[in-house]
Write a protein that binds this ligand. Structure first.
Ligand code: AMP
Length: 224
């Protein structure tokens, strides 16, 4: 029997501490596997910038490096999943972040006839996580903004050549970074055991360049 497009579509979670590279590797993976990216952090920042009701409610949590309340996140997810095309898979970046959210996700996916296929756990040593976060910047220019590390001279030059400016996310300030890492440790790390018990966890070494990490993830997906 031939599988329907929805059955072939894959549904993945990118898990890992802030700065492990989730949002950097998401676009190439999504492009190759026809996945809808849902990046809750990016969407919340956009809502804050637009000054919507959701943005106003979420702003204090983002500023303090705290998690936005589950009911707001749940609504955001429900709206997005409703827009998933039948042939499209899913790549979740920054969600779920708590065991409560992981259980809610199972229900949200079941409601649209989907289920998770794998949770990619991007493993990175704490020192490297800190190094990446403290040097993380965004190049804002006329086109799509792109992330860069302040020590990456080539990327910095590319940004300048585009006439762009290099900015730092407000929540990448050192005191907020510390809080986000704490929150990750207490609220999100328990998801590693949660998904391991369900046989869905796929650890991937997140050190090295984005191209290397993407290749490791692709390798893992081909043996799934
Ligand atoms: P990120 O861009 O994934 O690092 O997320 C930035 C910020 O958005 C986090 O520090 C939280 O304040 C908020 N956020 C993003 N995703 C979630 C989520 N799934 N649950 C609660 N808060 C979130």
């Amino acid at each position: 029997m031939r599988a329907s497009p929805a059955q072939q579509a894959i549904h993945l979670v990118l898990l890992g501490p802030p700065g492990c590279g989730k949002s950097t590797i998401a676009p190439p993976l999504a492009g190759r596997h026809h996945l809808l990216i849902i990046a809750t952090g990016q969407q919340l920042r956009a809502e804050v910038e637009r000054g919507t009701a959701l943005g106003r409610a979420a702003a204090p949590y983002l500023e303090g490096g705290e998690l936005v309340p589950d009911d707001l996140i749940n609504q955001l997810m429900r709206d997005q999943l409703g827009a998933l095309a039948p042939s499209q898979g899913l790549l979740l970046d920054g969600y779920p972040r708590t065991v409560w959210q992981a259980r809610a996700l199972d229900e949200l996916l079941a409601d649209v006839g989907r289920a998770l296929d794998a949770v990619i756990d991007l493993e990175l040593a704490p020192e490297e996580t800190l190094r990446r976060l403290s040097g993380r910047r965004i190049c804002e220019h006329a086109g799509e903004p792109f992330p860069l590390h302040i020590d990456d001279h080539e990327a910095v030059a590319r940004c300048h050549a585009l006439g762009g400016s290099i900015v730092q996310r407000d929540d990448d300030q050192p005191e907020v970074v510390r809080q986000r890492l704490e929150v990750y440790h207490h609220e999100t790390e328990p998801l590693i055991a949660f998904y391991r018990e369900r046989g869905l966890l796929r650890p991937v070494d997140a050190s090295g360049s984005p191209a290397e990490v993407t290749r490791r993830v692709e390798n893992m997906l081909s043996y799934r």
